[in-house]
Design a protein around this ligand. Structure first.
Ligand code: NAI
Length: 325
């Protein structure tokens, strides 16, 4: 059985994510932490008749207790975007929130697997890693930026263009980062293979990169993706939990490339250069990242997109790293 702590559990993502985690029978303890409203969320969820036990922790003085014994910590705490904002605009508020939560993890459950949802993921993952390094407990195999929503969107958007594709069974490697043009879907490597025209490739790529904006615009000031994000984060958490018991599971995720120095060189040769963090398909296992899955050669269009992504990503990584240093 796995103990999971959700930090920011009363929010738009936190609530449906906690519900989905409550339905996973491998979860034994579900600890919900927030600075507002979390007792009600926990009381409500605790009536769902699965075997996990739900606990609630309200306020920063309860962070330690919320993290005690956690195998997996999921962080959707922070503010979401409003129309016209980029994910980088969130840095000012979310960087500090994520830093403080990472300090709690370093002190209380340094061996936990940490799943970072709070944006800008391109910077918040380096923040978590730098804090864990400061405390001497960093393991690059255990910290993940959750980019699953990009992958979920990618397989769904392909079906919007080719209706006989089984979206659920379609796998699309999405690499790079998690914002705008740092998101690089490799449509040439979709499995099972699909035939797309050049125009379709350009349009789907753009839609995957900026799909979040569709939701922000439609919600008109009431936030960003929450339901699809909760689905995506629970898929990643469920994949990790399945991998603990030996299943072969591959998920793209934004990680420190130190997690697998051998295969990191393949990613670097694709154009990632000397970037420290990059989203890549990863084989998950009992240690977290077991292996960066080697990628096939990319198309010219994708190579160009990687080049563009690397410039923006590099700035995001420096911002996150400097924030802690
Ligand atoms: P929300 O505002 O609905 O919920 C955030 C929750 O975090 C609130 O309940 C709030 O009280 C809590 N919170 C704030 N400061 C906290 C602290 N110091 N400790 C614990 N909890 C704290 O926002 P929503 O829509 O749930 O989004 C959360 C984050 O997820 C945002 O940063 C958003 O940009 C990001 N996001 C990430 C995606 C991804 O693909 N990785 C996709 C969509 C959103």
């Amino acid at each position: 059985m796995v103990n999971v702590s959700v930090l920011g559990a009363a929010g738009g993502i936190g609530q449906p994510l906690s519900l989905l985690l409550k339905t996973n029978e491998q979860v034994g303890v579900l600890k919900l932490y927030d600075i507002v409203n979390v007792p009600g969320v926990a009381a409500d969820l605790s009536h769902v008749n699965t075997n996990s036990t739900v606990y609630s922790y309200l306020g920063s003085e309860k962070l330690g207790e919320a993290l005690e014994g956690a195998d997996i910590v999921i962080i959707p705490a922070g503010v979401p975007r409003k129309p016209g904002m980029t994910r980088d605009d969130l840095f000012k508020i979310n960087a500090g929130i994520v830093r403080d939560l990472a300090v709690g993890i370093a002190k209380t459950c340094p061996k936990a697997f940490v799943l970072v949802i709070s944006n800008p993921v391109n910077s918040t993952v380096p923040i978590v890693c730098e804090i864990l390094k400061k405390y001497g407990v960093f393991d690059p195999k255990r910290v993940f930026g959750v980019t699953t929503l990009d992958v979920v969107r990618a397989s769904r958007f392909i079906r919007d263009v080719i209706p006989d594709v089984d979206s659920f069974a379609t796998s699309v490697p999405v690499i790079g980062g998690h914002s705008g043009n740092t998101i690089v879907p490799l449509l040439s490597a979709v499995q099972p293979k699909v035939q797309l025209t050049e125009t379709q490739i350009e349009e789907i790529t753009h839609r995957i990169q900026f799909g979040g904006d569709e939701v922000v615009k439609a919600k008109d000031g009431a936030g960003s993706a929450t339901l699809s994000m909760a689905y995506a984060a629970s898929r990643f958490a469920n994949s990790l939990i399945k991998a603990f018991s030996g299943a072969l599971v591959i998920e793209p995720t934004y990680i420190s490339l130190d997690a697998d120095p051998k295969n990191a060189s393949i990613v670097r040769n694709l154009g990632a250069g000397d970037l420290q963090y990059f989203a890549v398909p990863v084989r998950l296992g009992t240690n977290g990242v077991e292996e960066i899955v080697p990628l096939p050669p990319v198309s010219k269009f994708e190579a160009k997109a990687i080049e563009v992504a690397v410039g923006a990503l590099s700035e995001n990584i420096v911002a996150g790293t400097k924030f802690v240093q």
